[in-house]
Design a binder for this molecule. Structure first.
Ligand code: MTE
Length: 320
């Protein structure tokens, strides 16, 4: 596939635009845009009110103490201002652009190998699920990490709700497709919609989590509202955002980054400090919001819960 514009997270951070240069540029562009608004449409802009999230009453969800961290939580302001969301652009300061994401009405579909295909409104789904808070680490393939308090429910609960056939082997999850709302999707050399997948055994593992909130509130848009995945033993790109489709199948899907660069990104993407990315080391990680680097842990520290899933699979490229 022709990649006209390789995404920034495919290069080591040291080769990316220094943040202060980037922020200055954005500050300048932001000031220009603000000026234009006040000249031509100030009052219309001021009239736009933030609609309250219809599930706001469910937060903060009760913390499940079984999920402990070995490090401090990342500050909310750091985690909320450093995000990957290619649908809105290929840089990290995506929160402003992601405001264009329209998260209501929002429908989720269950398709493929299920007893009956159906659709459900997101608020009905969230209210049908037992919400809880879990503290999770997140390790991006670019070698930075954070620790956040996600709210949501076990993916296993959603699988039960979807009623898949016993012959289903994989769960495929897809983001919305709407290039008018998400300008990144006009870049036709990317294989939209963003697609990810897990084996059924991975999906049923207790660590696999559907996220609907963070820091005790409904999920802000840049994190992939209103529904995203968190699979903390895998590199962050597996945790697909703003999901609209769950499809059960017996064929392994070719996932988004796997379609773009199969020599660097695969289906499994389990964290392993001993298996380098072809272009950089995975031995350590930069802790978001600090200047610290810490050693990366096998399966991002979750080996006790997940290593068994991969027994006897030595032939597979489990760590890319
Ligand atoms: N999901 C969609 N739909 N689009 C994306 O660009 N980026 C992935 C993943 N899920 C991405 C996505 C990558 S590369 C990472 S590291 C995480 O989201 C980032 O999640 P965060 O912004 O909450 O830190």
């Amino acid at each position: 596939m022709l990649i006209k514009n390789p995404p920034s997270w495919q290069i080591p951070e040291r080769e990316a635009t220094p943040e202060h240069v980037f922020l200055n540029r954005r500050h300048f562009l932001g000031a220009m845009a603000g000026g234009a608004t006040s000249l031509i449409g100030g009052s219309a802009f001021a009239a736009k009110k933030k609609t309250p999230d219809p599930t706001a009453d469910l937060y903060p969800a009760k913390r499940n103490e079984a999920f402990e961290l070995d490090r401090p939580l990342t500050k909310e302001s750091d985690a909320s201002s450093y995000n990957n969301f290619y649908e809105f652009g290929s840089h990290k300061r995506i929160a402003m652009e992601a405001r264009k994401l329209k998260i209501r009405p929002w429908t989720v579909s269950f398709e493929g190998m299920v007893e009956q295909e159906r659709q459900v409104d997101i608020d009905t789904l969230i209210r049908a699920m037992p919400l809880q808070e879990r503290l999770y680490r997140m390790r991006c393939v670019e070698a930075w990490s954070m620790a956040v308090p996600w709210s949501g429910f076990a993916l296993a609960e959603l699988v039960k709700y979807a009623r898949p056939l016993s012959s289903a082997k994989y769960l495929v999850m897809q983001t919305f497709l709407d290039p008018e709302m998400a300008p990144g999707q006009k870049q036709v050399w990317y294989p939209w919609p963003y697609t990810e997948g897990l084996t059924m055994a991975e999906a049923m593992n207790d660590l696999s989590f559907m996220v609907t909130g963070v820091y005790g509130k409904p999920l802000p848009k840049q994190y992939g509202a209103p529904l995203r995945l968190a699979v903390p033993w895998k590199y962050g790109f597996k945790s697909v955002k703003s999901i609209v489709r769950f499809k059960f199948t017996d064929k392994r899907p070719v996932t988004y980054w796997e379609q773009i660069l199969p020599s660097e990104y695969g289906f499994w993407a389990n964290v392993n400090p001993e298996v380098d990315h072809p272009r950089w080391s995975q031995a350590s990680e930069r802790v978001l919001g600090t200047s610290k680097r810490v050693p990366t842990l096998m399966y991002n520290g979750y080996g006790a819960q997940v290593a068994d899933l991969y027994k006897g699979m030595q032939g597979e490229k489990l760590f890319m």
